[in-house]
Ligand binder design. Structure first.
Ligand SMILES: [Zn+2]
Length: 327
């Protein structure tokens, strides 16, 4: 069965790993994980000085592997000043057009993540972003938009931060916009721009309540979600594996296989892709790779596989990817 990964990362080079080494590592990871095609997500600016270099690297990767690799670029946010946004909406559209001209296959948006939403300094439904979303609707350009994070990352949440996330600087005090606020702002954008060709990664952090997740997908027929962990998604689904299986089968045309492999100079486990595949395919225990620093250590070292039928797997692994990229 063909497997396409909609959500991988590449680079940046570090003191100990050149970009060529990271290239071989990502390619080897995808080969060993039996992944045929994959899309590299490049996060944009807003305090990220290296975004242009990262994009260059990703486009170079694509050139080496034409037809196998796709690149989602991020907006540079050049000269951005939240206190003076006159005409900035048009600048963002110009940056989007530049990404298209450079050969990007889609847009990666990260400014829904709490830290970047804070840096943005305006709400996600602010009028400065309207021309951008209009343009994305007009062109049907694929967008993968990270919005919020697991709710338990907020200090205000009554639950403790999960062990796998503890001490990693991923939690949010009240200087960050609240989980509910970010999601409410995004909801306004979805309602205003119902034609966006949009994938929300990490299951849009909805795995805790599959009834609400189903309502969300019914409400927004243009929106799909991906399976990049957020390992809480796998653990949440494990507590109700029959309902989760039913959900995945019912919405199999709205879910895309993604893994986040290669993140942060490829510090993700080389077993991560196979773990996500095992979660989708297998019946019974699937182990979390002990060497994946984004999912471990944790008291929970395994979850229940969803044991999905072939027909659903085919859509989740490749057909939906093709439809998304083709617009
Ligand atoms: Zn990612």
């Amino acid at each position: 069965m063909k497997k396409f990964d909609i959500h991988t990362h590449f680079g940046p080079a570090t003191a100990s790993h050149s970009i060529e080494e990271l290239y071989r590592k990502l390619l080897g990871d995808m080969n060993n994980s039996e992944v045929d095609k994959f899309a590299i997500m490049v996060s944009g600016g807003l305090g990220n000085e290296t975004c242009r270099e990262r994009l260059e690297n990703a486009l170079w990767f694509k050139e080496q592997q034409l037809g196998r690799v796709y690149v989602f670029g991020g907006l540079f946010f050049e000269g951005y000043d939240a206190t003076n946004l006159d005409g900035y909406g048009g600048k963002l559209v110009a940056e989007l057009e530049e990404l298209m001209a450079l050969g990007c296959d889609g847009l990666k948006i990260l400014f829904g993540k709490p830290g970047l939403r804070k840096a943005l300094g305006v709400s996600l439904d602010d009028s400065v972003l309207t021309p951008l979303f209009n343009k994305l609707e007009e062109t049907n350009f694929p967008v993968l938009w990270h919005i919020a994070d697991p709710a338990e990352f907020w200090d205000s949440d009554p639950r403790p931060v999960p062990q796998w996330a503890d001490g990693k600087g991923w939690t949010y005090d009240d200087s960050y916009p609240a989980y509910e606020l970010i999601k409410a702002e995004a909801e306004n954008v979805f309602n205003r721009h119902p034609k966006l060709n949009l994938v929300l990664p990490h299951f849009y952090f909805m795995s805790e309540d599959l009834v609400a997740a189903a309502e969300f997908l019914e409400r927004h027929p243009n929106i799909s979600i991906d399976t990049a962990p957020g390992v809480e998604m796998c653990h949440n689904c494990s507590t109700k594996v029959d309902a989760a299986r039913e959900f995945f089968i019912k919405y199999d045309s709205r879910i895309l296989f993604g893994t986040d492999c290669g993140m942060d100079s490829h510090t993700t486990s080389l077993k991560r892709s196979k773990m996500v595949q095992g979660w989708l395919e297998e019946d019974g225990d699937v182990m979390v790779p002990a060497d994946d620093i984004y999912m471990m250590p944790d008291t929970k070292d395994r979850f229940n596989g969803l044991n999905l039928p072939e027909e659903s797997l085919r859509k989740i692994y490749s057909e939906n990817f093709g439809d998304f990229i083709a617009g």
